[in-house]
Write a protein that binds this ligand. Structure first.
Ligand code: NAI
Ligand code: MG
Length: 495
């Protein structure tokens, strides 16, 4: 097994770099590898094995064997115990996992620790669900006994993004495994490392071989192979809307595997004149700049009631200027670098598009420093609805701010997007909070808060933001199918 010795100011560890299939570390069949980059200084951290179609076939075969064999025979209680053990091991390894996450993804170390904690909490929560999945008995006619049971779907392909590598890993694995499925999970090519550390913990927790397989690789190769695979029963994806469409087409063109998608967003943050302004500014700031703007639910469209607009813009600028941008390993840092050169370039081109279209840069608008993919927190005003920066997901520390007149106007603007992942309302009026929340077409609406996700609360998209829900009891539905058993009683012959 190949490994690399990695070291940061916070931890040093032996980093696995292979493919984790059948509880073993292997190289790819073709022996390919790819480089993993530290976005804070653009250096190469290490190289990892790259999975191709052939490796996907091997991983799927391992997951199939486990699904038909050892995992099928495992009790729900034991599935739960294993997930809870994995959660404990992740907590015991928090320093290493968080340091790895900061190194590979660039996120601030305090945030990375938060992600590891939430990942463990998610696994523990689904561990609790494993022995609480129940069916029903339904009376139809007196000579029939009907029961409806929930069964796992089978082998699940899971394709995750780079913005929350270890957290998305847990969001995907928790409900799938609790429900009795087996998994082939592909990490994002930008951030494969933390998942490989966690893979060792899967083995240590005692999961049978083949239940959870973790591979590194590229979307167009390994991701496409999973989506089109004839022996993968379900694919779950988090990432861009364009790739979500591709995955759905691949599912349709192969074995009609079940599909759940958690896609992009352009979420509105609506601030009413009666809001507590200090509170609203803190959450609006956190809503867009948390995780460097790399959140599917980022509050990137900020609409403020016209009577408080000027004051709000001024105070928001002052607040954003205080966000500490810099070294992810500094405990005071709030915003690290963007994840990659590609994302950096994409965000800078959106900033250029905003400037060219005539929007006003209130703050930021430039690269920060010369090394690493750092971008200044950027606020645009004078943005019209038809501008690209108001319509498209930027996925960086860039937001647009505009005015609304009244409640109806706020609702109209809030819904003026093809997306529907999240939204927020800031108000001290209970009626406004409830009326506007009910009218917004979004999977999550926050009131006087933002980005406060919790593993007990379902999360997912209306409209083009996705299909299915993650977290909460709702996510189990993505990984279960319903079987009806209808038994004819008595000895009367049919006809
Ligand atoms: P992406 O959608 O290409 O990547 C996400 C995952 O999909 C990765 O694991 C990737 O390897 C895989 N993938 C890529 N092409 C695939 C294919 N043809 N078949 C199967 N899997 C494939 O996202 P990317 O390019 O990294 O980021 C582009 C934009 O996507 C971002 O700027 C952002 O707007 C959005 N995005 C949204 C995320 C979310 O949380 N909803 C997360 C990451 C990106
Ligand atoms: Mg990286």
């Amino acid at each position: 097994m190949s490994t690399a010795q990695l070291k940061t100011a916070h931890a040093s560890w032996e980093q696995p770099t292979g493919l984790f299939i059948n509880n073993e570390w292997v190289n790819g069949v073709d022996g390919k590898t790819f480089e993993v980059v530290n976005p804070a200084d653009e250096t190469v951290i290490t190289s990892v094995a790259e999975a191709t179609e052939k490796d996907v076939d091997i991983a799927v075969a391992a997951a199939r064997k486990a699904f038909e064999g050892a995992w099928r025979k495992e009790t729900p209680e034991n599935r739960g115990k294993l997930l809870r053990k994995l959660a404990d091991l992740m907590e015991a390894n928090i320093d290493k996992l968080a340091a790895c996450e900061s190194l590979d993804n660039g996120k601030a170390i305090t945030m990375a620790k938060g992600d590891v904690g939430m990942a463990a909490a998610t696994l523990r929560y689904y561990g609790g669900w494993a022995d609480k999945i129940e069916g029903k008995v339904v009376d139809t006619t007196p000579d029939t006994f009907n029961y409806i049971k929930k069964e796992p779907i089978g082998v699940c392909g899971q394709i995750i993004p780079w913005n929350f590598p270890i957290l998305m890993w847990a969001w995907k694995i928790g409900p799938a495994v609790a429900a009795g499925n087996t998994v082939v999970l592909k990490t994002a090519e930008q951030t494969p490392l933390s998942a490989l550390i966690a893979a060792n913990l899967i083995k240590e927790a005692g999961f049978p071989p083949g239940v959870i397989n973790i591979i590194s690789g590229f979307g167009k190769v390994a991701g496409a192979a999973i989506s089109a695979h004839m022996d993968v029963d379900k694919v779950a994806f988090t990432g861009s809307t364009v790739v979500g469409r591709t995955i759905m087409k691949a599912a349709a063109g192969s074995n009609l595997k079940k599909v759940t998608l958690e896609l992009g967003g352009k979420s509105p943050n609506l601030v009413f004149e009666d809001a507590d302004i200090d509170n609203a500014i803190s959450w609006v700031n956190f809503g867009i700049f948390f995780n460097h703007g790399q959140c599917c639910c980022a509050g990137s469209r900020i609409y403020v009631q016209e009577s408080i607009y000027d004051k709000f813009v001024q105070r928001f600028k002052e607040r954003a200027a205080k966000n500490v941008v810099g070294d992810p390993f500094d405990a005071n840092t709030f915003q690290g670098p963007q994840v990659s050169q590609v994302q950096f370039d994409r965000i800078m081109s959106y900033i250029d598009a905003g400037k060219t279209a005539g929007a006003t840069v209130e703050i930021g608008g430039k690269r920060k420093g010369e090394k690493g993919y750092f971008i200044e927190p950027t606020i645009f005003s004078n943005v019209s609805e038809d501008m690209k920066i108001m319509q498209e997901e930027i996925f960086g520390p860039v937001c647009s701010i505009a005015k609304f007149k009244n409640k109806e106007d706020a609702i109209r603007l809030g819904n003026a997007t093809t997306y529907g992942l999240a939204a927020a309302v800031h108000t001290s009026n209970l009626n406004t909070a409830i009326e506007v929340s009910n009218a917004l077409r979004a999977g999550t609406v926050w009131v006087n808060t933002y980005n406060t996700l919790h593993h007990q609360l379902p999360f997912g998209g209306f409209k083009e933001s996705g299909i299915g829900r993650e977290l909460g009891e709702a996510a189990l539905d993505n990984y279960l199918q319903t079987k009806t058993v209808s038994i004819r009683l008595g000895d009367a012959l049919f006809g």
